[in-house]
Design a protein around this ligand. Structure first.
Ligand SMILES: C[S@@+](CC[C@H](N)C(=O)[O-])C[C@H]1O[C@@H](n2cnc3c(N)ncnc32)[C@H](O)[C@@H]1O
Length: 469
């Protein structure tokens, strides 16, 4: 299948018309036929239902960032035939379906897809043929920064594919001069995976994600929230909660490249002053949020609307993340901001257990978030941590599986007063809350990170119940 030269999407009143969807060629946006405001209210209702036993004190209005052009990352399967490649998805027979005009991608991604298709066509490399297990080109991953700069990653099967692409590096940079990072990832195995473990940088090493108050650095294999506008809303909401709590010691577990830790370090507004120049201090993107549920009660925990004034509180912040690369990026961002944040490459559960002390074994010991491969890698990082104290507040933002029984029990048995839990899976969030009965859910908010799908991000603010409360 080849690309259509016709524009295929048009958004009106938050509704996205998509010819790919209408033709049945792509059904990834399963909720596309539901008007966008209804999608959001249905997600809120579902989330309230899933968390009903935990009775949040209040629900803040859902944060949304628009129904079109919101995805900052495309993971495009390469299909078609040599010289006539498709970039998009593979159908059930593994034939390429070209989605270069997909309307949910950020404009910078939509603009570069045809350029990348032409570049790859000119290499003479074959797309990977799944049934025959032959060919070279598997995926192209593109991430767009708010500046329009790009990270482009090619996933290939063999060293040969890598060498062909490396030999055409200059040509690619001529075609896409705003590519800050270009890399090739090797996935030699025949398996349903989007990338392998070996990554070879051809150009640059990290993409600067300018989020307003904080610039984060993103390397090829690190996690980043897929919707930049909504990610900023999430970071600002959590920073507002943390500022209200005013902890002197804060942990950000599963910190990735440091989004929460850096937004919360030193209090809202102080980061801009610390950063000086650049994009610091701009709150432009936050202005575009729509408050979808106007029925939610207003209270003092709003999203920060601008830089706070006055001296920044002294706050000791520690970020913990299993990916060493992500931690390197976080340290770089902290240094640029002049933020005194300690970042540690470690398993979150092991870190908490080592620091807060051993706890009684939870009932279901099978459910653990500890990464079995991380033990030796993190042992050194964890050995002596004399300057890490029991925190007043812990932020957790785990993968879909949640924090699991062990970490939940550690937090339950600790002296930690507040937990902020940001989750992309309300069901694992509810399970983890069941394991922490000492905490009450004070506030909750849905962040529509993934429009047109049933997925969502939910953040809750927890406070330890007072004795007898
Ligand atoms: C949902 S992402 C959140 C990242 C970050 N908070 C952000 O906003 O970008 C989950 C992160 O947890 C990390 N992770 C996965 N398992 C972990 C573990 N056992 N201990 C620490 N970090 C882990 C992943 O590498 C990933 O960066």
């Amino acid at each position: 299948m080849t690309a259509s030269p016709l524009p295929v999407t048009a958004a009106a009143n938050g509704h996205l018309d998509c010819r790919y969807f209408a033709a049945g060629a792509c059904r990834s946006c399963a909720l596309l036929e539901t008007p966008y405001p209804q999608q959001v209210s249905a997600k809120e209702s579902w989330c309230r239902e899933v968390l009903a036993d935990h009775a949040p004190g209040s629900w803040l209005p859902a944060a949304t960032g628009g129904a079109e052009g919101f995805r900052n990352r495309a993971k495009l399967a390469v299909g078609g035939a040599r010289g006539a490649l498709t970039l998009g998805i593979l159908d059930q027979e593994f034939h390429g379906v070209d989605l270069r005009d997909c309307g949910i991608q950020e404009p910078a991604i939509r603009a570069v897809i045809p350029v990348l298709a032409e570049f790859l066509d000119a290499t003479g490399l074959d797309p990977y043929d799944v049934p025959r297990r032959r060919g070279e080109l598997k995926f192209v991953h593109v991430t767009a920064a708010p500046s329009g700069e790009l990270m482009i990653r090619f996933v290939v099967r063999t060293q040969f594919g890598l060498e062909v692409l490396a030999s055409r590096r200059e040509r690619l940079l001529g075609l896409v001069p705003h590519a800050s990072v270009v890399s090739v990832n090797l996935l030699p195995e025949h398996k349903a995976a989007l990338e392998g473990s070996r990554e070879v940088l051809l150009h640059g090493d990290s993409l600067r994600m300018g989020l307003g108050r904080v610039d984060l650095h993103l390397r090829p294999q690190s996690f980043f929230q897929t919707n930049t506008t909504v990610a900023i809303a999430l970071y600002d909401q959590v920073a507002a909660w943390v500022d209200e709590i005013a902890p002197s010691t804060l942990w950000d577990l599963y910190c990735g490249v440091g989004g929460f830790a850096l937004h919360c370090a030193g209090g809202a507004g102080s980061m801009g002053a610390a950063a000086g120049g650049g994009s610091a201090g701009s709150f432009g993107a936050v202005d575009s949020f729509a408050a979808v549920d106007s029925s939610a009660p207003a209270d003092s925990f709003g999203v920060a609307e601008g830089p706070a004034t006055g001296p920044a509180p002294q706050r000791r912040v520690t970020g913990v993340e299993v990916s060493e690369q992500a931690i390197e990026s976080a340290k770089l961002s902290a240094a640029e901001l002049g933020a005194d944040v300690r970042f540690i490459a470690a398993d979150a559960t092991e870190f908490a257990e080592t620091t807060l002390g051993r706890v009684s074994e939870p009932a279901d010991t099978s459910a653990t978030t500890a990464d079995p491969t991380s033990t030796s890698a993190t042992a050194d990082a964890l050995a002596p941590t004399p300057d890490v104290e029991v925190p007043d507040c812990v932020i957790v933002n785990p993968p879909r599986r949640g924090i699991g029984a062990r970490l939940a029990q550690i937090l339950e048995d600790s002296g930690v007063e507040h937990v902020v839990y940001s989750s992309c899976n309300p069901q694992s969030l509810a399970r983890d809350l069941d394991r922490m009965p000492s905490f009450a859910v004070e506030q909750a908010r849905v962040f529509d990170m993934f429009p047109h799908t049933k997925h969502l991000e939910a953040a809750v603010l927890l406070r330890r119940r007072s004795a007898g409360g």
